[in-house]
Design a protein around this ligand. Structure first.
Ligand code: ATP
Ligand code: MG
Length: 400
């Protein structure tokens, strides 16, 4: 009995003419994600991807099934057994493949789909006959067409027949890379990794930028951010991180600007440097983990002043979320425990006691003039160091 993974496509099935591009992107992403376990063949037919192992240990199929649960663009997945297209083979496969489940549950039903209309039995016939044969082998079972504990699904397709039980949810969303590329401002906190997950889910391929201020921020703080990026890769695909040396800029701000403006000017500098990098790497948007009103730098006024120096859209997927909701997602994507490790972030190095909640752009601009903000940003940008790029071109949503 050969096991085959069936992945149901979501929104991408609705994309009309673009559908082929989307499907190819998804297949590329999936292939990169599962090829570490073995060699697989991926076929696409009728809004379903069929993933079959060509080489590798049997457990590779289970590993691929698990990993496929993180691939955006898939709404549901099931492990199926493939068999010949004749009723006896289907029956034997169903009894063997789902035997254990049949002895665990109390009720079931058979559901069937037949895209090969030459198959000699109609769908109701398959359902009825197989249901009867299952009952004969498991007489304690009962058929429940409305709320069965187990649905035994039979699909008679063009090239073979498939039998499967439970369907598990997929990751949903759109294939990474299908919506373009963006630059993620990644801190070591709880929020920005969640923002990464949310935008990758909508099909953005991400590159990260992280600002550090040694010796005020430690090597371990940087390691933590790189670890976070690695953790995110199960959703985002390869996530390179540019680390920007920010000490000089922060010291200059501290020595030149009034304390109440430290944070806003620093954040504007971050956005400036990010815009430069995004420009160079052709990344169409910036992504941050900001949430309205969460801290002084995230009031409407502060966000407006910060955004003023961005030269492309800034996506803030968490803008309307409560911390509790954000934490929930960070637990789900398994970044929470890393995020709460108590390492310093450059944002917290020279925190003013009383930051301006309603910064005035005209004043900010004056201070930036005195500071030479543009030059500082350029210097910081030139110091960028790339991490996590060893496997250039691998596992990137955008590179097929
Ligand atoms: P997070 O939990 O993501 O750190 P936060 O609640 O601590 O967010 P801020 O520190 O104000 O909020 O940061 C807001 C956003 O700015 C972050 O979500 C992130 O996108 C970006 N950011 C903050 N610090 C850094 C940094 N050191 N490097 C890169 N981006 C940063
Ligand atoms: Mg932070």
């Amino acid at each position: 009995m050969e096991r085959v993974i069936l992945l149901k496509l979501g929104e991408i099935a609705l994309k009309g003419l673009n559908r082929q591009t989307f499907e190819n992107r998804l297949m590329g992403n999936l292939k990169r994600r599962i090829s570490r376990f073995g060699k697989f063949e991926i076929r696409s037919a009728q809004s379903t991807l069929y993933v079959r192992k060509l080489r590798g240990p049997e457990e590779a199929v289970d590993q691929a099934f698990e990993a496929a649960g993180d691939v955006f663009g898939v709404v549901a997945r099931s492990m199926a057994a493939e068999c010949d297209k004749n009723y006896e083979a289907i029956r034997d496969t169903a009894l063997a493949f789902l035997g254990e489940r049949f002895s665990e549950v109390k009720s079931f039903k058979v559901d069937a789909r037949r895209s090969d209309k030459r198959f000699p039995m109609t769908t109701p016939e398959i359902m009825e006959t197989l249901g009867g044969d299952i009952l004969e082998k498991y007489p304690a079972l009962r058929v429940d067409v409305h709320h069965p504990e187990l649905i035994c699904m039979v699909e008679v397709r063009d090239h073979a027949a498939y039998v499967h039980g439970e369907q598990l949810p997929g990751a949903g969303g759109m294939p990474v890379g299908s919506a373009g590329e963006a630059l993620l401002l990644l801190s070591g906190g709880i929020d920005s990794p969640v923002a990464a997950y949310m935008m990758a889910k909508r099909g953005l391929s991400l590159t990260a930028i992280h600002f550090e201020s040694p010796p005020y921020t430690s090597e371990r703080a940087r390691e933590k951010v790189l670890d976070l990026a690695k953790k995110l890769e199960r959703f985002t695909g390869r996530l390179p991180v540019y680390v920007i040396p920010f000490t000089e800029a922060q010291l200059a701000i501290r020595d030149t600007c009034p304390e109440e403006y430290f944070t806003i000017i620093m954040r504007r500098l971050m956005v400036r440097v990010s815009s430069m990098l995004a420009g160079e790497k052709k990344l169409g948007a910036l992504v941050t983990g900001e949430s309205l009103g969460q801290v002084a730098s995230q009031t409407l006024g502060a966000i407006a002043v910060t955004e003023e120096c961005a030269d492309r859209p800034v996506f803030r997927p968490l803008i309307g979320m409560d911390k509790e909701e954000i934490v929930q997602i960070s637990r789900k994507i398994d970044t929470y425990e890393l995020s709460i490790l108590p390492y310093e972030d450059c944002c917290t190095v020279f925190t003013p006691r009383h930051p301006r909640l309603k910064p005035r752009l005209s004043e900010v601009l004056e201070w930036e003039e005195k500071l030479g903000a543009e030059k500082l940003a350029e210097a910081a940008f030139r110091g960028a160091k790339l991490y996590g790029a060893e496997e250039e071109g691998e596992d990137r949503g955008t590179k097929e």
